[in-house]
Design a protein. Sequence first.
Lengths: 468, 280
Amino acid sequence: MPEPKKKKTLDLNRREMPKQPPEVRRYNFDEVALGYTMETAIEEARRCIQCPAPKCVDNCPVEIDIPSFVKYVAEGDFAQGIKILKQKNCLPAVCGRVCPQEEQCEETCSLGKKHGQIAIGRLERFLADWEATQGEPEIPQMAPPTGRKVAVIGGGPAGLTVAGDLIKLGHRVTIFEALHKMGGVLIYGIPEFRLPKAIVGREVEYLRALGVEIVTDFVVGKTRTVDSVLEEYDAVFVGSGAGLPWFMEIPGENLNGVYSANEYLTRMNLMGGFLFPQFHTPIKRHKCVAVLGGGNVAMDCARTALRLGAESRIIYRRSRQELPARLEEVENAEEEGVIFDFLTLPIRYIGDDNGWVKEIECLKMTLGEPDASGRRRPIPIEGSETIYPVDAVVCAIGNSPNPLIAATTPGLELGKKGNIVADEQTGKTSRDRIWAGGDVVTGAATVILAMGAGRKAARSIHEYLCSL
Amino acid sequence: MFKVLEQRMIVPNIHLLRLEAPAVARAAKPGQFAIVRATEEGERIPLSIADWSPEDGTVTIVFMNVGSSTRKLAALKSGSSIPTVVGPLGNPTEIGPYGTVLCVGGCYGIGSIYPVARALKTAGNRVISVIEARSSYLFYWEDRLESVSDRLIHITRDGTKGYRGHVGRLPEIIKSIEEPIHRVIINGCTFLLMRGSEITRPQSIPTVVSLNPIMIDGTGMCGVCRVTVGSVTRFACVHGPDFDGHQVDWAELLKRRKMYMTEEVVPLRTSRCEEHAIRS
């Protein structure tokens, strides 16, 4: 009887996660990756050798006890597993999907060289999805009420983490969100096929169940200033994100059909544009879309355009090697049929008589010496002008921090790019009782780094509140 | 959810919407706008705030029923609720002691110019309000404007009240005033803003226009509202909505406003039988 089981555990290779086949998924908005089955999750978890000094934990921005939750999965005790996970991460279903595990926890896994790293992200996702099928999530042990009040500005990953941590410590927490839905970039930015919105909704409902007060449609900096909020709350955490899109600043940029990635994705995701006219925010059914940039956001835009029936291409000034996007996302995009034009730099948009973009002119590039970012600097090749016919262009080249709070909060120290200056270890800003973290401090980065900053700020806010 | 205290058509095709939105009402200033959504599936649309009461916690908006989303707002019943009212957004209109100020309003802008005129009056200016409509029966809030203006001038396309014609009559009006105009502020449709600015340009009268491009979030995040002002790209939601009318690239703005013209009317063309069935 035990023999076949033994055979199974002998397969030491990393377990693949099933996906929708590319030729199917490129026509729908359903999630691409389908998640582990219970059996595969247990098999994968059993590969973990439970290192005495695990390196995975050191590389996790929110310090999850990874070997311990993996061990519970291996034993089939999913309830314990999710409990361990949630001690440190209030958004496991999200992180299991969008964290760049390959450069964090999984990067340092001891099994990496031989059989492939333990698929920590996939196991995390598995546990969170398993929990969702078990009815109402368990409410953890809460500290007795302290009577202290914290306002969290921005309902994205940083804010959700701060709120989750502080509410468990007994403080009263209110989140103020500018948009009509909670989740920040998880809702307006990351598409349904990579992160189903129902999952974000579930994580937000969990916080609500813990007692977090949620106020949407409220723009701190406009509806009310930070200083006015401070009259009512003991501390404020600013996690308002990187909300000011950059454009190429080349001729023709204001032609119709030239979008920022934020606009393109917000129309599709937050406003449900891909369901127009069922949802009322209008979108265009473009035929030929060029996405400028090489990050995860660029991949999201290109893959969205593809699903809406367009020929979709990425235009990137460096080569494939330098793409800042996760390899997994690049491969997904390639499989689905996104065209990649590397070493290509847009220099101008050309419009038609009605003010719509019809072509984009680019220069071919070659790679020179490494620049400040350590990547080889792209150099234009003279006389290499090429024209691509397009009916839409999406600029996915980055964002500055949203200036609304900085502009209305006197005394808040700002960095060169308009970011709020905050201590890396504590999230403390130059103003008393104001903390900040996430993209508004670092500029556009990842979900998990924002959560890590939120975790540290929550710790510091808690210390402060206890000292009162 | 935000309660609709009042929704009615005040003159043909122009509606008044009074909403319970205490936080917005507390912070609102002349020239700012709010973003509203009529339904959960609804579009976010920016609308100028025409009046507010911090004491009652109410915000009043005057809007024109022009597309599928404003039609949904126009169908709201008093006593119902809508999911989103967020604001006040944009920068307030600059109010200073300028001297004599011409406040020009057309269509919904007759509503939104009112608080601007009121604030200018309070700041000690001589306020001359000019309102424009196709015919006299399309004017509203004349009593309110009169109460905050030293003079109220009408222009109608059919000549049923005041000057006959459109904003093109502004040069004569300015001439007839017999005192220097120190500033012109215009609220209304893009055509009115553009023509008004063209008229004041040769006379070098500082002219402020409240732009109304397409927006989504209204907080600077998406950039769809970008306009070229003095050859620099600005976001109307966070840098405006007020700009120097002599610096705006009007041709570009008009094209950008038409971006979704076709899509705007798609839902208007589809049958609404189902909706009717549900309602009855």
